[in-house]
Design a protein around this ligand. Structure first.
Ligand code: SR1
Ligand code: MG
Length: 399
């Protein structure tokens, strides 16, 4: 049995030779560590011709972007491998394929996606992938429907909830999404000029009650096996292809959390574009993002309803009209969680390229201000937005 040790590039090559599942293992010769996320080591393994062949990913026993002072469970590698494997069953076309997992080393081997690029990187450059939004909606519908009570036998569902108990990763989300930005926390990080706006979040009773409700549902509503962190940095895109990666926050939670996180990252880009691109391109890009928001929701909702009509196994949940009623609650949750993503990415610790890459400081501050303001608007309005067109009208109104 292998003992945990942190991989070097040479270890990753050796591991890929043994477990990479390639026909010509001896040709694997080099590894490049490409992890740019907050948590893990990610090695791309190349053959002697310089072609990348597989990915070897290892969980570190601490939060990479902070260091050893923030220890973190290695079991997240299992949760990631098993969440991706489960999602792959229902949506192979939009989920990265995990081919091997080792619990002792907290390592998994995955298909190489070198023909794809991280969606966030493309969004900040103004590159447009016309199919991506619908494909993300399809991924959300397939994975969330097929892991929900609409389909799973009640005994199986309870066993799955137990298999995917993920307390340490959920605690990160509970703190970073629902606590830190609404308190004076040392992890918070925003421009000094926005102190009055940030301070106002801490004393807004209606906002704090709405955020408490969202956190409570994140604790308690085991509706489906979520990806748990489906932001635009967890999504690879290529012409007419989209693949979700990085599911170590997977657990059974409220469906609107995944959908809201996805929409939230499109809206962070919407808020950042005036600082990233010249005015005309920024305006065009913002219209595309609003269309993407519409497309993600409409595809998700239409596909979820079609699946519910065709495949619901529970006799009560199959009653005509119930799936529509359930989706109305998911819609309200989606808007609320979307708002919390906008605020935690700007007031809290986990900032993203859509804001960080804005060179002009004054412009960056204004883009962050608009993101926080929109986030608050959405959290407060979540129960009162009729449909996606009404949501888009509110986003336009917010500025
Ligand atoms: C301490 S981890 C911070 C963030 O990085 C991950 O990608 C998740 O989004 C998490 O909230
Ligand atoms: Mg991640």
């Amino acid at each position: 049995m292998s003992q945990y040790r942190t991989f070097t590039a040479a270890d990753a090559v050796e591991y890929a030779r043994e477990f990479g599942g390639v026909d010509d293992p001896a040709s694997l010769s080099e590894a490049q560590e490409i992890g740019d996320g907050n948590l893990n080591l990610v090695f791309k393994i190349f053959d002697r011709q310089g072609k990348s062949r597989v990915i070897v990913k290892q969980a570190l026993p601490y939060v990479r972007c902070v260091g050893e002072s923030w220890p973190l469970t290695l079991d997240r590698a299992r949760l990631e491998a098993e969440t991706l494997t489960e999602h792959y069953k229902y949506c192979p076309q939009h989920t990265v394929k995990v081919t091997h997992y080792d619990p002792q080393l907290a390592v998994m081997v995955m298909e190489d996606l070198s023909s794809h690029r991280i969606w966030r990187g493309e969004l900040v450059k103004g590159a447009y992938y016309p199919q991506a939004a619908a494909q993300l909606g399809e991924y959300l519908a397939q994975t969330l429907f097929h892991t929900s009570d609409f389909v799973l036998h009640p005994h199986q569902k309870k066993a799955e909830v137990a298999r995917f108990i993920n307390p340490e990763m959920c605690e990160i989300t509970e703190d970073l999404f629902f606590n830190d930005p609404y308190t004076d926390h040392a992890r918070n990080n925003y421009p000094q000029a926005l102190e009055p706006l940030a301070a106002s979040l801490r004393t807004d009773d209606a906002l704090k009650i709405a955020v408490a409700g969202l956190k409570h549902r994140f604790f308690a509503h085991a509706e489906a096996l979520l990806h748990g962190d489906i932001h635009s940095g967890s999504v690879f895109v290529a012409d007419n292809s989209l693949k979700a990666i990085d599911a170590e926050f997977g657990y059974f939670g409220p469906i609107g959390f995944d959908v809201g996180t996805a929409l939230g990252n499109l809206l962070i880009n919407y808020c950042g574009l005036p600082g990233l691109l010249p005015p005309r391109e920024a305006a065009e890009g913002r219209e595309l993002r609003l269309n993407d928001v519409r497309e993600v929701w409409n595809t998700f909702a239409a596909r979820f309803l079609a699946l519910a009509e065709a495949k619901t196994s529970d006799v009560a949940l199959a009653y005509p009209g119930y799936a529509q009623a359930f989706l109305r609650k998911v819609w309200a949750d989606t808007i609320g969680y979307c708002g919390t993503e906008l605020i935690r990415r700007t007031v809290g610790m986990s900032h993203v390229a859509d804001m960080k890459l804005i060179k002009d400081e004054a412009m960056r501050t204004e883009c962050i201000r608009s993101c926080i303001t929109l986030g608050r608007t959405l959290i407060l309005a979540a129960d009162h937005v009729e449909d996606v067109d009404a949501l888009i009208a509110r986003i336009r109104q917010a500025g």
